[in-house]
Design a protein. Structure first.
Length: 103
């Protein structure tokens, strides 16, 4: 049964499915060879809280679960003015009509 975050350094309690991230990892061949018979603990589910799941993920590390950091998200840069002068379209000129009031 899940009760807390899989990160040993975190004490966040598991309460809701919509918070954090659930994992069910498929055993690697190494793990399957180590476990001669069917072992239910191989198919145990793990949970990382919202904060921990933003920074790390879970993988099989040899024969046990291992926390690894996620790669940093790419930074999206905004377009910067290149300094080029772009000519503006000339404003339409108003022509005064004879007898019409002017602005």
């Amino acid at each position: 049964m899940l009760s807390k975050c899989a990160n040993p350094a975190c004490s966040e309690q598991f309460k809701y499915l919509h918070q954090g991230k659930l994992f069910q990892l498929t055993p690697t061949p190494e793990v399957q060879v180590t476990a001669e018979d069917f072992c239910p603990w191989l198919y145990e589910r793990f949970w990382l809280c919202e904060e921990c799941s933003k920074k790390m993920t879970l993988v099989w590390g040899g024969t046990e679960i291992k926390l690894i950091p996620l790669p940093p998200k790419p930074v999206v840069l905004k377009a910067v003015d290149s300094g080029k002068v772009v000519p503006r379209k000339p404003k339409a000129r108003r022509t005064a009509r004879v007898g019409a009031p002017s602005d």
